[in-house]
Design a protein around this ligand. Structure first.
Ligand SMILES: Cc1cc2nc3c(=O)[nH]c(=O)nc-3n(C[C@H](O)[C@H](O)[C@H](O)COP(=O)(O)OP(=O)(O)OC[C@H]3O[C@@H](n4cnc5c(N)ncnc54)[C@H](O)[C@@H]3O)c2cc1C
Length: 498
């Protein structure tokens, strides 16, 4: 029996905690806000699962195609193949997914999927149902749950992780630490992510000396309302279209798949057209009608209407915003990292599954699969991740230094300008120079601890974006517009001196 400290209570952390408890381990679940805070509860569209065995290779192919030449094929095979079992576990834990009239799971279609394989709950409230079911299951276990417990750092002794240091200085000792801290959308300000998504786990891993990769690969979601609320791809899957200020369906000029082209293609086209016309692009869901919009997308429908818009009658303005971090702590599907005893699961991990552009609805799936698999890896003992083909040797980066204080909003707008839709060496160099002058605040409360993490992550992300001198998936360089086959590898970084 091991003592496992799980940091984070989204789909990945909750699944890991439940699985570890079921396998007889002592588990402490640390989460910096309340259990339900995180991206998981916001997830709308659903979970991509190949329910028929024959669909698994197609799901893998779609994942590879969306990922722009950077998907780790082994990770894709493992995650897509484990989907049905992971979903069965989730259903057994009490999650109620939407059913077709014949009782089978209802399946939706999303961008860049060649088949309808998105299972969903409450229409467009999948994440809320996942969290509800997993939290209810957790209440019946021996897992020690600590809300408002801000994990500051991984404790490293003799080259392995031995616990977690909390903001108040307390050390939670553990045989294994599982980071499940989610994404980092708050780095860019304009984001669909919740306020807790400040990349803490990646910053903790960097400070601990673990490898991180692909930080430059930040997925923008193309259809976000002006207030940051996401309109799921499933709405386009159901037939909504994007129009420019002249009412033209411009995406058909860009890609034969139109509105269901991969996210990076759609996000870029939306940003470009809005810039050209000086007016926002609109999402036209009027063909779906009021009844279908309310029945299939109740959460989005209620939100759109709360803004005083009737989207069954008129198109609504949308814009791209930071949505998902493809990069993170280098890990395999079982969550092993380069640091023995440290594991990373869910969005904070970089398994290579998403390549340079995540396929819609593959992230809840990854969290479910990794959350189960990580417990077996812990049981295997603390050993580092073996080197893998397609991953570069780690390069040193400097994430410390600086003297000036900064405001979070300043950092966010600097990062959006440098990393938003199209990147250039000039803008990235400007951001790097500015970031180098700022000093991380002393972590005296959650806000200052998050700001310190955001600065570490910002420096590493800008360094990563400057090093990838090509355009690929979510990483579009105006000064390097071509994809360079020689750069089709995961770029691994490690804190200098680690
Ligand atoms: C609006 C929206 C819609 C989405 N829709 C879909 C979808 O339909 N399908 C899909 O597959 N994906 C979707 N995604 C992406 C998906 O929801 C996330 O990638 C996934 O839920 C991440 O799960 P996670 O467990 O890794 O992290 P999260 O669910 O974000 O949980 C992270 C947890 O870590 C905690 N934490 C963070 N830092 C610390 C710290 N320092 N100390 C202690 N605790 C900490 C947080 O409080 C939180 O509990 C969506 C995302 C958003 C934002």
């Amino acid at each position: 029996m091991s003592t496992i400290a799980v940091v984070g209570s989204g789909v990945a952390g909750l699944t890991a905690a439940l699985e570890a408890d079921a396998r007889g381990h002592r588990v402490v679940l640390l989460t910096k806000a309340s259990l339900a805070d995180g991206s998981t509860a916001r997830a709308q569209g659903g979970v991509a699962v190949a329910l028929d065995a024959a669909d698994v290779p197609r799901h893998v192919d779609d994942t590879l195609a969306a990922g722009a030449g950077l998907v780790d094929a082994e990770a894709a095979l493992a995650v897509c193949g484990a989907g049905p079992d992971a979903l069965a576990d989730l259903l057994a834990r009490g999650a109620a997914f939407d059913r077709a009239p014949d009782g089978a799971l209802a399946r939706g279609l999303e961008a860049a999927h060649s088949a309808s394989r998105i299972v969903h709950a409450g229409g467009d409230a999948t994440g809320a149902e996942v969290v509800r079911a997993l939290v209810a299951a957790l209440r019946a276990t021996a897992v020690v749950v600590r809300e408002d417990a801000f994990a500051l750092d991984v404790v490293v002794e003799h080259g392995r992780a031995t616990g977690v240091r909390l903001l108040d200085g307390e050390v939670v000792p553990a045989d294994a630490v599982v980071l499940a801290t989610g994404g980092s959308g708050q780095l860019l300000g304009r984001t669909t992510n919740p306020s807790v998504a400040t990349g803490d786990g990646v910053a903790m891993a960097l400070r601990a000396g673990a490898d991180v990769a692909d930080l430059e690969l930040v997925q923008l979601h193309p259809t976000v309302l002006p207030d940051g609320f996401l309109v799921s791809e499933a709405v386009r899957g159901a037939g909504a279209v994007l129009r420019d200020a002249s009412g033209h369906r411009f995406l058909l000029d860009v890609d034969p798949r139109g509105e269901l082209a991969p996210r990076d293609v759609v996000a870029r086209a939306v940003a470009r057209r809005a810039h050209e016309q000086g007016r926002p692009v609109v999402l036209d869901a009027t063909a779906l009608g009021a009844d279908q919009l309310a029945a299939r997308f109740p959460t989005i429908d209620a939100h759109v209407r709360s803004l005083g818009l009737d989207w069954s009658r008129e198109p609504v303005p949308v814009t791209p915003a930071a949505h998902y971090a493809m990069g993170g702590v280098v890990a395999d599907v079982a969550g092993r990292t380069s640091l023995p005893g440290l594991h990373a699961v869910g969005e904070c991990a970089c398994t290579g599954l998403h390549g340079a552009n995540r396929l819609a609805s593959n992230s809840l799936l990854e969290g479910m699969v990794q959350g189960r698999a990580v417990v077996r890896a812990v049981e295997d003992g603390p050993r580092p991740l073996a080197p893998r083909p397609g991953w570069s040797p780690s390069e040193p980066i400097v994430v410390t230094g600086g003297t000036d204080t900064f405001a979070r909003a300043e950092l966010q707008s600097l990062m959006w300008d440098a990393l938003g839709v199209a990147r250039t060496e000039d803008a990235l160099a400007h951001a790097a120079t500015r970031l180098a002058t700022w000093v991380p605040p002393a972590p005296t409360d959650p806000k200052s601890a998050e700001d310190a993490n955001l600065l570490v992550l910002a420096r590493a992300t800008v360094a990563a974006a400057r090093r990838r001198t090509e355009s690929r998936g979510a990483h579009q360089r105006a000064d390097h517009p071509r994809t360079d086959p020689a750069q089709a590898r995961h770029r691994v970084l490690r804190r200098e001196g680690a």
